[in-house]
Design a protein around this ligand. Structure first.
Ligand code: XLS
Ligand code: NI
Ligand code: NI
Length: 436
């Protein structure tokens, strides 16, 4: 196999190619359903997993070295940034996402860290222009440092709340400077372990105060993109406040934050919440909050966030169907919040992992379109609800009936029956479309 340095760019070679460093299904410039594949999919690189994570887990240290031979922290982060943009070039990825802590070294004080961050944002701004890349979204790492051990916006300490605000403020500034169209809030440690030490009412109110101030700051300073909440049910805390899309939407409604905030749905978080990926996407979409996607997959036998590169074509197909139903991406995209397995520890593995994820989503895009074009599944659903298009059903939908009339109607019914849902049949239709 070639080594990383020899690989200039990953090209589309089609499904019969045996070249590991080539796309089999992702043909970026190919136009399908009115847009290029690149425009449909809007792939993004996650800085934290790709550029920083070195394979550390609970049982062992790094299995990779991403220090690029540097010792001076600022020099190291510049080398990381150079590598990041070179990697995006090789893969033909247009977008990227980062946390403040991914792109700059921590200083000894809050001030020093923010200054390092600002310097690095300028450096990245230059790279972004030279390499013609775009920031999909940024976020603040308000969970890693020990000061965030009891949360950030939901910490018991007002000083920590203020530090979190300072970090989000500078990340919003960076997002504006870099022309980013999204800003993510993943709850990090916003949640709790036990009610014996927790004032849930105050913590939730404070989280809303924090998000409201962030929204106001962003809008005042010219941020016109979307704010996203990324739901996750557990990990690191036992009860994460942003459990799933429905929980987040309820929170946003209670505190009048809908409109500015949409969902960033992560596949692995959906399954941790006991939902399917497509369920979470649909819940977001039907509540006008479909935003962006953290594309990865979990392992159904493991109960944690394994953040694997997505290779399950059923899931990518169902995901892309939801993306189409939601009208496609506007400010959002498909961010690979995914990392190679610890033993896949070479630079080539990073390329191969992205190729796997991008090809799986390209396949998902192609198969989702086949399902839409075939039309059998949509027609089935449409027909299943036809009773709401006539008679009493029409009146229910139009809001022109009431319990008195419904009761009279019901009492005159002699036979009440429901048609079969035909799930197994529909599953074979699905397979038939996918595999011919
Ligand atoms: C962690 C989250 C995180 C967010 C960004 O589980 O997925 O990586 O995407 O903070
Ligand atoms: Ni994520
Ligand atoms: Ni995750």
């Amino acid at each position: 196999m070639k080594n990383y340095g020899e690989i200039t760019g990953i090209r589309y070679e089609g499904k019969d190619s045996r070249e590991p460093f080539a796309f089999k299904y992702y043909n970026p410039e190919e136009v399908i359903a009115g847009k290029t594949m690149k425009e449909h999919l809007k792939f993004s690189m996650s800085y934290w997993h790709t550029i920083d994570a070195e394979g550390v887990d609970m049982f062992g240290g790094p299995s990779m070295d991403k220090k690029f031979g540097k010792i001076d922290p600022m020099e190291m982060y510049r080398a990381k940034a150079d590598f990041a943009f070179e990697l995006m070039d090789k893969l033909g990825i247009e977008y990227y996402c980062f946390h403040d802590a991914d792109v700059a070294p921590e200083g000894r004080t809050v001030r020093e860290s923010l200054e390092n961050f600002e310097v690095m944002v300028d450096y990245i701004c230059g790279l972004q222009k030279r390499h013609n890349k775009k920031l999909l979204w940024a976020t603040a790492n308000n969970f890693g440092d020990k000061k965030f051990m009891a949360g950030a916006a939901t910490s018991c300490s007002a000083d920590v709340f203020a530090v979190a605000a300072a970090k989000v403020k500078s990340c919003i500034d960076a997002t504006i400077k870099l022309g980013g169209m999204g800003y993510v809030f993943w709850g990090g440690r916003e949640g709790y372990e036990t009610l014996l030490n927790t004032d849930v009412a105050l913590e939730l109110d404070n989280m809303a105060r924090f998000l409201t101030m962030a929204r106001d700051y962003g809008r005042k300073n010219g941020f016109t993109g979307d704010f996203y909440i990324e739901p996750k049910p557990k990990e690191p805390t036992k009860h994460q406040y942003d459990f799933d899309a429905a929980t987040c939407l309820n929170f946003l409604r209670k505190y009048n934050l809908t409109g500015d905030f949409k969902m960033n749905i992560e596949a692995n978080h959906a399954t941790l919440a006991g939902h399917t990926f497509q369920h979470e996407l649909r819940m977001a979409a039907v509540n006008d909050a479909f935003g962006s996607i953290d594309a990865n997959q979990g392992d159904m036998l493991l109960g944690w966030d394994t953040d694997q590169f997505p290779t399950n074509v059923y899931d990518t197909t169902l995901c892309m169907l939801e993306v189409f139903k939601a009208g496609g991406f506007t400010n959002g995209g498909l961010n690979f919040d995914a990392k190679t397995r610890r033993p896949s520890n070479t630079l080539e593995d990073i390329l191969l992992a992205y190729i796997a994820g991008m090809d799986s989503f390209a396949l998902g895009l192609r198969t989702a379109l086949k399902i839409i074009e075939d039309g059998r599944i949509d027609a089935f659903v449409d027909n299943r609800y036809r009773s709401y298009r006539e008679g009493i059903g029409k009146k229910i939908v139009e809001g022109t009936t009431a319990f008195e009339e419904l009761s009279d109607y019901a009492m005159n019914l002699t036979d009440v029956s429901v048609e079969s849902g035909r799930q197994e049949y529909l599953e074979t239709v699905f397979n038939n479309i996918l595999f011919g």
